[in-house]
Design a protein around this ligand. Structure first.
Ligand code: RI2
Length: 320
């Protein structure tokens, strides 16, 4: 079945990182499912379910690492498939989908607010904070600390090769937060000035390890060397439930073009470019994980997150 252009546009925007950030791509994915539901004009419930499942597979394959996307799609599909199994007609299936989409989006936005409120309490007056990439959850903590009247100074890494740090500094500037932009490789040079590190999450695994933007693990290692607390801002839907069953989370390898233009690389016969978008930070380097249902150690987080996903987890995906 043909997909609507606005659905395909969301697919390409997520792939090209025009829509980026683990939380934002999750909300975009469920909004894309609503487009599919709204544009289905048939009356066949089974055909509708298969159409939604096929669209879900396209969404899942846009970016392989941020588990927020499959968790969001899983949340919506499980609600719709449960209704289908209970004999719901097409209108009820569409209403079920719309309700689940709205609920996921609302919950995910409220989660960022809650993380900001809880995490800001960990920030002290005159703290110098280092953050990496551009994380709405991490920034929620930093901005809330500012709103609480705390005088803070933020070091933001530029975050090559896509320079998401430039998004972060504009947001910090808007809130009149003193900010220093540094190149990624200057992290150890400045760590002696840092009181706390606050980063976001693309995935947290069953062993408490964090998958986040490439360079995060280096920052965690250096923070540990300088005894600087390393905080992770992670909604519960950043947990990777399939790691309970031994599945791994794929680290996305992106185009070499992001690092070096092909017209240069093509003339360098013996040169290759590697461009992993994320890395893995061991739980032992993580001080605390700030979620929307409280602050936990990295080893506690999986146990509380799994019960807050809003769907019963299993080793089978609902779109299969
Ligand atoms: P929020 C981003 O990935 C960064 O790795 C960031 O830390 C993480 O998603 C979480 O972002 P990318 O989309 O969900 O820039 O906290 O590749 O916004």
């Amino acid at each position: 079945m043909k997909y609507p252009d606005n659905f395909l546009s969301i697919i390409s925007q997520i792939k090209e990182m025009k829509i980026r950030g683990a939380g934002r791509i999750a909300r975009a994915a469920v909004s894309a499912l609503k487009i599919i539901s709204d544009t289905y004009l048939g009356k066949n419930e089974n055909e509708f379910i298969n159409y939604i499942k096929d669209a879900a597979k396209l969404l899942i394959n846009t970016r392989p690492t941020a588990v927020s996307l499959p968790n969001a799609v899983r949340y919506v599909l499980i609600h719709v498939i449960n209704a289908y199994n209970e004999g719901a007609d097409i209108n009820k299936l569409k209403n079920e989908l719309n309700t689940a989409v709205k609920k996921f989006i609302l919950n995910s936005k409220n989660a960022i607010k809650k993380i900001g409120l809880y995490g800001a309490k960990l920030i002290d007056e005159d703290d110098v904070i280092l953050t990496h990439c551009n994380s709405a959850a991490a920034l929620s903590i930093i901005v809330n600390a500012r709103k609480m009247g705390k005088n803070i100074h933020v070091y933001a890494t530029e975050t090559r090769p896509k320079f998401q740090g430039r998004i972060t500094i504009k947001i910090l500037n808007k809130y009149k937060i003193k900010t220093t932009l540094i190149v990624d490789s200057a992290v150890r040079y400045f760590m002696r000035n840092i009181d706390k590190v606050v980063v976001g999450a693309d995935a947290i695994l069953m062993d408490g390890n964090l998958i986040n933007k490439i360079g995060t693990s280096t920052i965690a290692l250096v923070a540990n060397e300088y005894s600087v607390p390393f905080y992770v801002a992670a909604e519960t839907y950043k947990f990777a439930p399939k790691t309970i069953f031994g599945d791994i989370v794929t680290i996305e390898e992106r185009s070499s073009e992001e690092v070096l233009p092909s017209n240069i690389l093509n003339n360098l016969k013996y040169v290759e470019v590697k461009n992993p978008a994320f890395d893995i930070t061991p739980a032992k380097y993580i001080s605390l994980v700030i979620s929307e249902i409280g602050i936990y150690s990295p080893l506690q987080y999986p146990y509380v997150a799994i019960n807050n996903l809003g769907f019963s987890y299993s080793d089978k995906d609902p779109w299969e």
